[in-house]
Design a protein around this ligand. Structure first.
Ligand code: SF4
Length: 428
């Protein structure tokens, strides 16, 4: 989906920064996740070996993707799973709509799937009479607040619970003054659960890993909502980005050891669910393998490494810019450092500000469990954007001045000294 207007990350971040309690909470919450991740990682002496292994598995698979996709789909097909391959978001959404509407269904219970967000699936289905019910707590909060998810692992991370209590009070009729987390989570479950058992409801899951050797779709969650979405309705649709394929079940062990530790600082997610066949007689299972720009990205010499990403969010949690500007200021499905390198592959002009939203401190690269070379790619995207004259005028001038300053030691020392004097005189 090509967009024409360039997003202004800095300007969009201003709205977030105007709520100081949210900013402080966001920064602290994400840094807590980063700190917990460090504790877990330091408890595993072979962590760096695992990173090497995970990176190697991903690079090998992406270099032989057609072969592994064929293995995965052939096996699934033989077991009665219907497999489709779609080129883009439009084809994905049309197919989901067709599958649901042809069966006379009117709603879809959905566990977390960034791919469906990337395809803007809800926007497509809602006006066509299909109610999409987000069943992940964070996603549901964002849906009720008419906002996109704000973090790939913790979608409502920026929201204070008192705010959620008010929101639930207004939208699902709970006590707006009760911000107890258990009460809020229970209320959300009570609100969504009736949809699972409704006869006209289909179910959708995303996919963390698609194992070619066993044609298994593996979904990692902490709420069990993926299991309900896959097993209760008579139709289970799994939307799978083609980069999610891994070769063997042994490879899965490497990623499962790293995913939750990197994401939340927890050894493992509460549920690591494996889906292979329709759950019972008379039910259906459909896999939709989605390209949506991935093949093009794979052909980009410097940038295909971003396809190794396992969506753990560790690079976001550690990024000082992301922690202080919030997800929604990135204007795309993917934000933070991984968004800065992924989004421009979809639409260079629209996302041209994102690679500049970086301090280049390299912390993102250091924490990435699959060794995506994020900092290097950010630098290269900045060069590409400058070559294509997509840098906004003001930024161009600032960068020119910075270039002059850094090229002259005398000018640099003089400026630093006068800035020091100025800072002493400025109000705190
Ligand atoms: S780029 Fe690496 S650290 Fe960032 S979300 Fe992806 S896997 Fe996690």
């Amino acid at each position: 989906m090509t967009k024409s207007v360039r997003i202004d990350h800095a300007k969009a971040a201003v709205a977030f920064l105007q709520k100081p309690d949210h900013v402080a909470f966001h920064d602290k919450r994400l840094w807590d996740l980063r700190s917990k991740r460090d504790v877990q990682v330091h408890g595993i002496p072979e962590w760096e070996t695992l990173r090497e292994l995970a990176s190697g598995i991903k690079e090998h698979t992406l270099s032989n993707l057609a072969e592994y996709i064929a293995q995965f789909t052939d096996r699934a097909d033989k077991k009665g799973v219907v497999v489709y391959f779609v080129a883009n978001a439009e084809e994905h959404n049309e197919l989901v709509y067709k599958l649901i509407s042809e069966r006379g269904m009117t709603s879809l219970v959905k566990s977390k799937s960034m791919l469906s967000d990337e395809c803007y699936m809800r926007d497509y289905l809602d006006p066509r009479g299909i109610t999409v019910m987000e069943t992940d707590l964070g996603e549901r909060i964002q849906q009720l607040d008419l906002q996109d998810p704000s973090h790939m692992v913790v979608p409502a991370v920026h929201k204070l619970r008192v705010y959620v209590a008010e929101l639930f009070g207004k939208t699902i009729g709970t006590d707006p003054k009760n911000s107890d987390i258990h009460y809020l989570a229970e209320s959300q479950r009570m609100n969504t659960r009736p949809y699972f058992v409704h006869e006209k409801t289909a179910g959708m899951t995303g996919c963390n890993f698609a194992v070619a050797e066993t044609d298994t779709v593996v979904v990692c969650t902490n709420e069990g909502n993926a299991d309900l979405s896959a097993n209760v309705p008579p139709l289970h649709i799994a939307s799978i980005g083609i980069e999610k394929i891994i070769p063997t079940i042994a490879d899965l062990g490497v990623f499962v050891r790293m995913l939750s530790r990197s994401a939340l600082g927890l050894p493992i997610t509460q549920y690591t669910s494996h889906f292979r066949t329709p759950p019972r007689l008379g039910t259906e299972m459909h896999y939709i393998l989605v390209d949506n720009g991935r093949s093009e990205c794979l052909a980009m010499n410097d940038f295909w490494f971003s396809l190794k990403c396992i969506r753990c969010g560790a690079c976001m949690n550690t990024c000082p810019v992301y922690r202080r500007s919030g997800d929604l200021s990135y204007g795309g499905t993917y934000s933070g450092p991984i968004g800065a390198i992924t989004n421009p592959t979809y639409d260079l002009k629209h996302y041209s500000a994102l690679p500049f939203a970086s301090t280049m401190n390299g912390s993102c690269t250091n924490v990435c469990p699959v060794k995506v070379n994020i900092r290097e790619q950010i630098y290269k995207w900045c060069a590409v954007i400058a070559e294509k004259h997509e840098v906004p005028f003001v930024k161009q001038e600032v960068l020119k001045m910075a270039g002059w300053l850094l090229a002259s030691p005398t000018l640099y020392r003089g400026t630093v000294a006068s800035l020091g004097d100025a800072l002493k005189r400025l109000p705190n």
